[in-house]
Each structure stands twice: as C-alpha cells, then as structure tokens.
Design a protein around this ligand. Structure first.
Ligand code: SF4
Length: 774
C-alpha cells in the first residue's frame, strides 16, 4: 500500500497543485505527505523527503495561504522532527528492568520475552485484585485518531476492564465549572468569527507560544486587521502580548477573579450592564432573579457591591490583590462594557490554579453582563477554545468497560495509596449502587506515550516515592520512544514508532476545520512497533487478540473512522484519495457562534442548565455545598498565592510553569536544536534578582518544602516582580542529592487538587530562589 501512495505523490495536496519543489523531481527522493499532531491543539502538515529509506528533510504546507483556508504550517518543533526520529537515545528494543524501579537500569530482551512478561503480570494482577486495579495513565504524546493511550485503553477493556478517570491536566476546572453556568463546556466560537469582534480580551491566553490550535494567532491577527483592539491580561509580557496586543494588563498571578469582580463593580456602579439581557437570559445576577429558595443577598450584584459581606469589590479593593492600578481597572471595565461586540477569550492558565473554578465562571458572568453571548464577535466566556462543532469522524472504539467508577485523573496517586478510602468526596463518580468507595487500590499502571506518570504530575518527589514502592505498585508497563523520566519507572519498556513510521490521522482541537492524513514514510526504526501492534500482541498472548483487533489492520480502522466524513461532506474524497492528498478542509456556511439559537429564542432553545438560562447563581452548586465553590463566582485568596498566605514569609515568590514554545508539554525536551534556540531557564524580574545577588545566567536553586531544582536564571522585565517562571516540561534529572538539574517545575508543585473538579492546581506555588554560583 505504501508504494501505491508514494507513486502517486507530488501531484496535489488539498485539491490544489503543490508549489514546485525541485527535489520532488530528482528521482531518488520521494516526498510523503504526513503531519504532526502533538497535544498543542495543532495539526500541521509535514512532508517527509525520503531517500534510501531515510528521511533527509522535512518541509511543511506550501499551499496558497488564503484567509478562509490558511496554510497548516508546522512550528519549529515539528520542523525539528528529524532530531527526534534519529535521536541517538531513541528506544529501539524491548527492555526489562534489572535495577530498582526508577533506577533506569534495563536489559534488552526479545519481543517475545517482553510480551510474555507483561501478559503474565496482567493475569496475576487481575486474579489477585480484579480489573479495577488497572489504570491506563492519562497523557499521550499524540493527539491523533490512533493515539497510543486509546490502544491500551481498549486492550484493558477487552481483558476485563479498568478503573476509569475523568478530567485532564489541561482543563479540569474549566470543563467542570463552565457547565454550571452554560450547561455545556463547549462554549467557544470558531476562530473565523473573531474578525467580527471590536474588542478581544485575551485573558491568560498565549497562543503565539502555545499554539492552541494551528493558526490561532493568525486568526487573531486577522481580527486585529479588521479593526479589533486586543488587550492581553497576563503576568508575563508574553509573545502573544508582544505580537498582537494593543494593551497589556499585568496582574499578580491567581488574582484574576479579583479583577473580574472589580470590573463588574465598575460596570454596575456606572450602569453599563446590559440589564435587558441579564433579565431575560440569566439567573442570579440580582436579587430579583435569584432562584426560589436562594437566600437574600446571594446574588452576584449583592456580592460585588458589598451588600452581602460589607466589602464592595471596588477597583481600589482589587488593586491590593492584583497590583493593577485602580484607574486602569476602571478603564478596562469601561472599555469592555462599552465596546460591542467584545470577545473575552480565556486560556487555561487560571483554571490550573488553587481555585480555578472561580475565574472560569467569572468570565461567563462578565460576558453575560455585557450582553456578548450568542452574537457574532462576542464570546460567552467559559471554555473558549472548545466548540460544539466537531469533526465528522468516529473515534477509535475503546471497548466496553464493566467497571463504571471513575476518579478525577489528577488524584491517581491517591488511588494507589488510599484508593479503598476514596469516594464521592474525592470526586469519584459512577460508583455502582451500594458501593461508596473504590473497590481496590490501583496496583497496575499502563503508561502509553505519556510522561504524566512522573514528569508532568505534581510533586515529583512524592510521586517517585510512591511508584518506587513495590508494595504499592505491582507492575508498570511503559510504551515510549525514549527513556523519559516516566519510562524510567517501567518494569517492561516497549519501543514505539514516531508519526513517520506509522499511518494515522489528525484533526485540530475542537474546531471541526480539517483532517490530515499522516502517511507512513519510513519503516519502523530498530525493533519499534506501533502502539496498535504492541497492544494487539499483548492481547493475543492473553487470548483476546481477535476481540482487540476484530481482524482489522490499522488502515482498516482509520478508514472506518473517517467514513462519517464522507457522509457529512460530499466533497470528502475516497480513503485512498485522502491519503494521496494528505489534507481535507471542511467548509461551513458561516462561523460557529455559540448559543446563537438561545440568543434568538431562549424559550425554544434553552441552555442545558436546570433553569435553561445562564446561571450566574447556580442552585446546583448551592446544593452541593462544596467548600470554596460558592454558587456565584467570586474571588477567594489562594493558598500559596500571595502575602496573605502564612507560607509567604518563608517562600516569598510565586512560581509557575508556563508552556514553553520549544516544547509541547515535555515532548521535544531532548531536541538539541530547540534547546539551542530556547534553553531551559528560570525567568525572573531583576527587581527580585538584585537583593538575592543573582545576575543574568547565574545558576540558582529554586526550592520549597516539596523539593529543589537548580537552573540558570534569565533576568527579564517581561515578567512581573514577585513571580518566577520555570517553563513546564523539562525532564526531571535528579542528582545524587535529589536536586533536579533540568528545571522540572513539578518538583515544586503541589498535589492538592482544586475544590470542585479535583483538578490540578499546578500553577499555585510559593518558592524561594537563591544563587548557587555564577
Ligand atoms: S508541535 Fe503542534 S504546532 Fe508544532 S508542528 Fe506539531 S502539531 Fe503543529
């Protein structure tokens, strides 16, 4: 099949002629359309130039760059992929642990030995603990249709089941909280609607560095060209602020809700709210529109004006928390209230903080107060990136799981240590009738293409103590391309292929825009196999091979998964033609505007909230009575957030780990070209560095009670004083003292979850920084 694809390449991509690329015609080089689909939300074209079975060059999308169909160009990470494929540290053979778990001492074994060992351990664990002791780890390096973790999930299901998990490390609080206000988490507009906005607030949203879906920054640029003013609210003068902002509003990290409350105060005090919209479409803005039974004084208006607690949420009040001058808060509030339409596009940064649920619901409240819901150029707040228009494709079927119960994914280490104590109060859902706790602790971990096991989970030192204890964890299977910090803890480590050694399909995050076929360009390196092949081999050894594969090859599954696209879009080509073209773009009559029908007729098209309206006051939340998750959104000073926390005296700097342009989470950390362009550093303001005697480039120690890292400092005024930034994703590399030498921020982060979603609050940390040496 591969030769059939190769022979027909070079003619058309996306239905249009390729721009002339001379090497295409030089006989001994073949150009294979493929792509990159890491978990940055992007999906980008990469074309592999293959000579003598080896990729010698990668190029990207060269189609005409049209406003309504922009190129899907790969970023520097994708363009550096050759350094990953042929990296000298590629895992090329199956390995078995010979040292203590985590020591990373392995010996090479045959595939047969490795598969036998995994199968035997699975049978032992199932017989001893039952299927609920198995956990398929969250996190996959690939965001494609055939991503690895889906394979192992299916494997565990056909074998007998597994403990489920819900939420993610990206958007737990956002996706949990938004439905309380809007009835769904899919609250975004498609990016082609942003040109209709006159004002765009990018609140903790940094797509120029994180990508957040291919062409997100480009769409913002088009909006600006069409007349939108862009204001970035961020404690860092991010690349997005530099490239796109008309104004930058820096604030103390974690005080977003205080700013929102003060903006609401100005709006109400000056009578700028869209009262007609609030009266018709919302519940709980004022006392007159509270649900029956809600206590007097429980409305958002009463809270903001201080009628319920005696504290008016004035700009001066907010200045103390946010460090934004009050006159600037006033100006921002007036601009947002008076400019129509205006879109408040929030990133996910504040959802990963101590009380991440609050600012998420706060964005919905501001959008509702200004009447920006359900109209072109507006935005309802909440999860802004996720829209209800999904790609017309089927998912890889994960099989039926007889175990219904599910844990918040961030609490998986608790499920190892005290699973049988965990119940609804810990966020466990779907407990069967008569069962109030998990039936067993987690004992067996399947970690496919993921680095959350160690590197990306909070409090690394705690995590590795748990994983390294064989009395707690019986067995860990790792499937990966490298011996990552997580793979180090595998008992059996199985080598997996890269994009270019397999067939797959990818589509952009949540926008229903396009699909890319990622053709296999070269044979697997060494003894590497696809995740599908690996899981099929294990299933076979367990006697459930035919249940796993249903007799289908990878290509059979991919063809089955895109079959709905042909039904939804008559222009979608045949499967073979899709493979040849590489890209298919779906066309829509108009941009997607969330809740357009609701806005037109809220009675005929109610929201999926209990009242059918936007619930600024949520009776459901009131009934749940969760500590620190009130029925109206409000500012709650964070733990490890600022001077109000007693820990501040010992650890006076906030620390967080932003997404770094040179990595997708932890992927690409070992790519030398990217390290050369953007080395791992701690970013801090000279105002914080000076009293510590720290100069640019010095080696510093960053520490708190959870651990310490040593890392070189980059002094910059592009971050507010009081906050240090250790970009997340550096591969944990402890020295003999246990001090990490690679700048893994999760050595410093806390496993304490957010109060509602039980999601990760990995941006809320207090630390101290001291100089080690120049
Ligand atoms: S890392 Fe993301 S933006 Fe970069 S090429 Fe890959 S999918 Fe595209």
């Amino acid at each position: 099949m591969l030769s059939r694809v190769l022979s027909s390449l070079g003619a058309m991509v996306g239905g249009r002629p390729l721009r002339a690329e001379p090497a295409l015609r030089e006989g001994d080089v073949t150009v294979v359309p493929s792509g990159c689909a890491h978990n940055c939300g992007g999906h980008c074209v990469l074309k592999a130039w293959v000579k003598d079975g080896r990729i010698v060059r990668l190029t990207t999308d060269e189609r005409p760059d049209l406003d309504d169909d922009p190129q899907l160009r790969a970023c520097p990470r994708g363009r550096s992929y050759l350094r990953r494929i042929y990296h000298p540290d590629r895992l090329l053979h199956p390995m078995m642990r010979v040292g203590a778990r985590g020591e990373a001492r392995f010996e090479r074994v045959s595939w047969e030995e490795a598969i036998d060992s995994v199968a035997q351990a699975m049978v032992r664990a199932r017989d001893r603990y039952g299927p609920a002791a198995f956990l398929n780890m969250h996190g996959t390096g690939g965001a494609s249709l055939f991503a690895g973790s889906r394979m192992s999930q299916r494997l565990l299901n056909v074998f007998g089941g597994q403990l489920n998990h819900h939420n993610s490390y990206s958007s737990a609080a956002a996706r949990w909280a938004t439905p309380f206000s809007l009835g769904t988490a899919d609250a975004g507009h498609s990016p082609d609607d942003w040109v209709n906005a006159r004002l765009i607030l990018l609140w903790g949203f940094n797509p120029t560095e994180t990508v957040f879906g291919t062409n997100t920054s480009y769409r913002l640029k088009l909006a600006r060209r069409a007349g939108a003013r862009i204001v970035v609210i961020d404690p860092r003068f991010s690349a997005t602020a530099q490239a796109l902002a008309d104004d930058w509003v820096p604030l103390r990290a974690g005080t977003d809700s205080a700013l929102m409350d003060a903006m609401a105060f100005v709006t109400i005090s000056e009578g700028l709210q869209d009262q007609a919209f609030l009266d018709r479409y919302c519940v709980g803005f004022d006392e007159e529109h509270l649900p029956a039974g809600a206590p007097v004084g429980a409305s958002y208006r009463s809270y903001v004006l201080g009628l319920s607690d005696g504290i008016p949420k004035t700009p001066a009040w907010a200045e103390g928390y946010t460090q934004i001058p009050s006159e600037r808060i006033v100006a921002l509030a007036r601009e947002f209230a008076r400019t129509k339409p205006a879109a408040l596009l929030a990133g996910l940064s504040f959802n990963r903080r101590a009380y991440g649920e609050q600012p998420v619901r706060g964005t919905v409240t501001l959008a509702a107060m200004t009447g920006n819901v359900g109209i072109p150029g507006g935005s309802p707040g909440g999860v802004s990136y996720s829209i209800s228009r999904s790609l017309p494709i089927a998912e890889f079927p994960r099989g039926r799981n007889p175990i219904p119960e599910s844990i918040p994914v961030f609490t998986w280490t608790d499920a190892i240590v005290r699973g049988t104590e965990m119940g609804a109060a810990d966020g466990v859902t779907n407990l069967p009738e008569g069962q109030s706790r998990l039936r067993t602790n987690v004992r067996f971990l399947f970690n496919t293409a993921g680095n959350t096991l160690v590197n990306q989970h909070a409090n690394v030192n705690r995590t590795v103590r748990i994983l390294g204890d064989p009395s707690l964890v019986d067995f860990i299977v790792g499937i990966d391309q490298f011996i990552t910090p997580s793979a180090r803890f595998a008992d059996v480590l199985l080598p997996a292929v890269t994009w270019f050694e397999k067939n797959d399909i990818c589509g952009i995050w949540g926008h229903g825009h396009s699909l890319i076929f990622m053709n296999q360009a070269i044979a697997p390196l060494g003894e590497c196999r696809t995740d599908y092949d690996i899981c099929a081999a294990i299933a076979d050894r367990l006697g459930v091979g035919s249940e796993f594969t249903e007799g289908k090859s990878e290509l059979d599954w991919l063809e089955q998964m895109v079959a709905p696209a042909r039904e939804a879009d008559p222009s979608f080509p045949s499967f073979d033609e899709f493979r040849r073209r590489g890209v298919h773009v779906f066309k829509y009559e108009r941009p997607h505007v969330a809740f357009r029908e609701f806005r037109a007729d809220p009675v005929e098209h109610p929201l999926a909230t209990p009242s059918g309206k936007i619930e600024i006051y949520s009776q459901r939340l009131a009934d749940m009575a969760l500590e620190h998750v009130p029925p109206i959104p409000r500012f709650i000073p964070e733990w490890e957030g600022g001077p109000w926390d007693p820990l501040f005296e010992k650890y006076p700097l906030q620390a967080f780990g932003r997404h770094y342009q040179r990595r997708t989470h932890s992927i690409f950390d070992n790519v030398d070209w990217l390290e050369e362009s953007q080395p791992q550093r701690i970013f801090m303001n000279p105002i914080d560095a000076a009293p510590r005697g720290i100069e640019n480039g010095d080696l510093v120690r960053v520490f708190n009670d959870r651990g310490a890292i040593e890392i070189r400092a980059r002094l910059t005024r592009r971050i507010i004083p009081g906050l240090v930034d250790v970009p997340q994703g550096g591969w944990w590399t402890p020295d003999e003292r246990g001090i990490d030498q690679r700048g893994n921020v999760n050595v410093l982060t806390s496993e304490r979850p957010t109060p509602g979603a039980r999601g990760n609050a990995q941006h809320s940390n207090l630390v101290q920084v001291e100089k080690v040496r120049a």
